[in-house]
Design a protein. Structure first.
Length: 94
């Protein structure tokens, strides 16, 4: 799959998530049962994690691969530190 196709797939998933999240808000405003809302929120969270996986894979296949193959040690360190940092931030809930 080419980069443009991957970006379209990711954008489609994000558009779906936007609609899903709006539906969750409608459930909340409509006074739906709390557990039902939580379950729907969990579905959104799981789908966001999948989107992040797709974006990370794309990043590894492009930016990281380019930096590792390149001559700049500074660029290699930067992309690797960014990956570590994004996972640390994810673990801490930032």
């Amino acid at each position: 799959m080419r980069k443009g196709e991957k970006n379209k797939l990711i954008a489609n998933r994000m558009n779906y998530l936007t609609g899903h999240l709006k539906a969750n808000l409608k459930m909340l405003k409509g006074g739906r049962y709390c557990i039902d809302i939580i379950r729907q929120n969990q579905a959104v969270i799981a789908a966001l994690k999948k989107v992040n996986e797709l974006i990370l894979k794309e990043h590894l296949d492009t930016c990281v691969t380019t930096a590792i193959r390149g001559k700049s040690e500074k660029d290699r360190k930067k992309v690797l530190e960014e990956i570590v940092l994004v996972f640390k931030e994810g673990e801490s809930g930032k």
